[in-house]
Design a protein. Structure first.
Length: 102
């Protein structure tokens, strides 16, 4: 999502948290920069089932900033060629409906 190659700031994020019944599986994960992982977990950003980044207006409302994140809004996520390694579209839909708050 961020294009960062600095391994020390990248996290494996569950799309559907393990505590919510999500599995430790490749298709239930996204590789995110740490700040994006936090925003994803807290519902400030998501990835649509079409693999597009969506950023919540709550960042601006609650924190009166977020310019760098809004620049990502609508961008297409790079996904692996092998479908087995891609984020599961149903899990992304779950995140959009259950965690993300527009």
């Amino acid at each position: 999502m961020s294009g960062s190659h600095v391994l020390h700031v990248l996290d494996a994020a569950h799309i559907k948290p393990y505590s919510e019944g999500g599995e430790h599986a490749v298709n239930n994960g996204l590789l995110l920069r740490q700040d994006l992982h936090t925003l994803f977990d807290r519902g400030y950003l998501t990835v649509t089932p079409e693999y597009k980044v969506e950023v919540s207006q709550r960042i601006k409302v609650e924190f009166n900033n977020g310019k760098e994140y809004y620049a990502m809004h609508g961008t297409q996520l790079a996904v692996p060629d092998r479908s087995a390694f891609r984020p599961d579209r149903e899990l992304l839909k779950w995140h959009n409906e259950s965690i993300f708050v527009a």
